[in-house]
Design a protein around this ligand. Structure first.
Ligand code: ATP
Length: 306
């Protein structure tokens, strides 16, 4: 069997008193899209940068394609793709020039035309990178990460700052990489993105992994219940709603309630009865499928994007 794409064991990294990464372990198999998911400051970037060799960890072990990080040779680097934050990178070169320059670093690279069309930057190919919008810069950094057709691509929050259309386009690119059998390690704080793209996700909070599995399995494990959302102006409060039949937990945010129910029909029937008995109207009742966002909320009591 081939070695895993990435192995991380007991990774640790502090900045002064801040334990940014506090004993993180996981394995990414070949061909997997692996997500590192968590709110701002959870330690995602530090983790991925320690794997890429861009930061020096305080402790732990990292192997990429079976090779210890310290020994990552030029030959191994040819097989990796790393999306760097683009701010200030060769500001005077045009998009096309930057792509050509980076292509020259690799033994094998996709043609510049193909890269431009892949990330939708044909129209700005002769513009200096300093004049690009945030989203365009983001797409250029993606093209740079993928130009050598890497076996393992590391993408750090690749869709932050992209409009919905560009985000969907990026999702298609990642799905294409998976179809080609490549491995993708992606960090994100967009739950729907992780759910759409990732075979497995590690949910990070305060430098630790608090859950790791496929999105479907995480949802199934934590939610035998279905979220029922509603508003009930002037009606009963959270504690009364939490006591309704089949409700196992409940939360409130800006006057909107979420009841986690094991039997939606029973809960809703009781809810209508309660509202009628108190002479108040139920508003915007919605039953939805639980998401990774619900998993995070349940695990931490917070939303991933506050
Ligand atoms: P974001 O989504 O905001 O990028 P993240 O999950 O990637 O967050 P990190 O950037 O890894 O998190 O940061 C983890 C913690 O380490 C945060 O508390 C952050 O403020 C701190 N941190 C990160 N880099 C440094 C640094 N160079 N010096 C000091 N503290 C840092």
């Amino acid at each position: 069997m081939r070695e895993p794409a990435v192995e991380v064991r007991q990774l640790r990294k502090s900045y002064g008193a801040i334990r940014a990464v506090d004993g993180v372990s996981f394995t990414v198999q070949r061909g997997e899209v692996f997500g590192i998911l968590g709110p701002n400051g959870a330690g995602k970037t530090t983790t991925i940068e320690c794997i890429e060799g861009l930061r020096q960890p305080d402790g732990g072990e990292v192997l990429v394609l079976g090779v210890p990080k310290g020994a990552l040779s030029a030959a191994i680097r040819q097989r990796l793709g790393i999306q760097l934050q683009m701010s200030g990178l060769y500001p005077r070169l045009t998009v096309r020039e930057v792509l050509s320059l980076f292509s020259s670093f690799y033994e094998r690279a996709l043609p510049v035309e193909r890269l431009l069309s892949m990330v939708g930057l044909e129209e700005v190919q002769r513009i200096q990178t300093s004049k690009l919008s945030g989203g365009q810069r983001q797409r250029l950094s993606l093209a740079l990460a993928l130009l050598n057709e890497p076996e393992v691509a590391f993408l750090d929050e690749p869709t932050t700052g992209l409009d919905p259309q560009a985000r969907r386009a990026l999702w298609e690119i990642v799905k294409g990489l998976k179809q080609e059998g490549r491995t993708v390690v992606i960090t994100t704080h967009y739950m729907e993105e992780a759910q759409e793209l990732c075979d497995r996700v590690a949910i990070m909070d305060h430098g630790r992994i608090i859950e790791l599995d496929s999105p479907q399995e995480l949802i199934r494990r934590h939610f035998a219940q279905t979220p029922v959302e509603l508003s009930l102006p002037g009606g009963p409060g959270l504690s009364e709603l939490a006591g309704l039949p089949a409700v196992s937990s409940a939360s409130e945010e800006n006057g909107r309630y979420t009841l986690y129910s094991q039997d939606v029909a029973r809960t809703i029937a009781a809810l209508f009865e309660l509202a009628a008995s108190q002479g108040v109207a139920l508003e915007a009742l919605a039953i939805r499928q639980p998401t990774l966002e619900d998993v995070f909320l349940k695990l931490t009591g917070r939303r991933i994007r506050e």
